[in-house]
Design a protein around this ligand. Structure first.
Ligand code: SAM
Ligand code: SF4
Ligand code: FES
Length: 347
């Protein structure tokens, strides 16, 4: 039998691959469909046909960091900046609840305006609406993470971006890979559901380092993992670089499903920004989560991480309908739960 098919079967049966086997699968372009189908079967077996929806509130595009790939980086003077008030954020969450979401994700640049006491107020008010909350607000101290946990934030999303330390520190000037990993460890210690993930197709990123990313995710036992193709933004220093390969990012995602069975895996916005129906393709290759935008008005456009971002001219109501239709078109249903990790897998 073909070596690649054998590896896919091994992954589906044992959920265990060696680094060189992952590399071989990532390099293969002939048997992608078999890889995606295997990941789809594992998804169905361990997390079922329901798709979890998380309403994404992009509450500030102000950032003190300078990540080379990101349109929100502090040196991007072309971007008109905004920050929502505490009441506006709570109001968007209330509206998200009205659209039937059971979870909201509060995401922003690293904006120190939102002090611990402001964030605690926002989280406490949103929790009164009986919503699960994911925070995605960057690197904080243990004490800060502890404070958000004490007001019952449920999940935290912070991508490692890449496990290649040198690449990370080249692309995220002034940031340390050790601190990024410390954040993930602290969040786990504090009992958050921990979300991480990586970018695919960064300049100088190797296939070998993507295999290391996958093994790293398994090692830290992440509860949710998002994989996004890198999309160059012309208002950043990486504006002239090549964009990430959509199918390579779906392969990374499918391998994550094969090795980590019961975790939550989003079909990412960046995937669909690169390829029409990219999220549907991802949902059929291991993904079980979508994070539709519930931010209102012009803020969507201003949360400009990369060009071609989908949904920037749409409303929360429209996105909710649109995504429900896409989900039913592929024979799946929208979950009505808060979407915590279903820890069913026993290896
Ligand atoms: N500031 C927080 C942080 O960095 O963790 C949360 C917001 S940040 C905008 C969310 C994610 O956007 C990052 O983790 C990164 O992977 C992704 N991102 C930024 N620029 C991107 C680009 N040009 N292409 C694809 N994804 C990008
Ligand atoms: Fe800021 Fe996050 Fe963008 Fe980095 S990726 S510049 S931390 S918003
Ligand atoms: Fe926003 Fe389809 S999800 S338009």
């Amino acid at each position: 039998m073909d070596k690649i098919i054998e590896l896919i079967e091994k992954a589906e049966k044992t959920h265990d691959l060696k680094r060189d086997e992952i590399i071989e699968l990532l390099k293969d372009e002939e048997h992608m469909n078999e890889l995606f189908s295997a990941a789809d079967r594992v998804r169905k077996k361990y997390v079922g046909d329901e798709v979890e929806l998380r309403g994404l509130i992009e509450f500030s595009n102000i950032c003190k960091r300078n990540c080379m790939y990101c349109g929100l980086r502090r040196d991007n003077s072309k971007l008109k900046r905004y920050r929502l008030t505490e009441e506006e954020i709570i109001d968007f969450a209330r509206k998200a609840k009205g659209y039937g979401y059971q979870t909201v994700v509060l995401q922003s640049g690293e904006d120190d305006y939102y002090t611990v006491s402001r964030m605690k107020h926002i989280v406490s008010e949103i929790k009164k609406l009986d919503l699960a909350i994911t925070l995605s607000i960057g690197e904080k101290t243990f004490e800060e993470y502890k404070a958000y946990r004490e007001v019952n934030s449920d999940r935290y999303l912070i991508r490692i971006e890449t496990t290649d330390k040198k690449l990370y520190e080249d692309l995220d000037p002034g940031m340390s890979h050790e601190n990024r990993k410390r954040c993930l460890a602290d969040l786990k210690k504090l009992g958050y559901e921990v979300g991480s993930g990586c970018l695919v197709g960064l300049p100088n990123q190797t296939i070998e380092s993507l295999a290391d990313d996958i093994l790293f995710f398994k090692e830290i036992d992440a509860d949710m993992l998002g994989v996004g193709p890198f999309i160059p933004n012309e208002d950043t220093p990486l504006g002239n670089e090549k964009k990430g390969d959509f199918y390579l990012s779906v392969k990374v995602m499918a391998l994550i499903r094969l090795l980590m069975l019961d975790i939550n895996i989003p079909a990412t916005t960046a995937m669909e920004s690169l390829v029409p129906e990219g999220r549907s393709i991802a949902l059929k290759a291991g993904a079980n989560v979508v994070m539709p935008n519930v931010t209102e008005g012009e803020y969507r456009k201003l949360y400009a991480l990369y060009p071609g971002k989908i949904c920037v001219n749409d409303t929360p109501g429209h996105c909710r309908q649109c995504i429900s239709l896409k989900i039913s078109k592929i024979g799946r249903t929208v979950s009505l739960t808060k979407g915590f990790r279903k820890k069913t897998a026993k290896l």
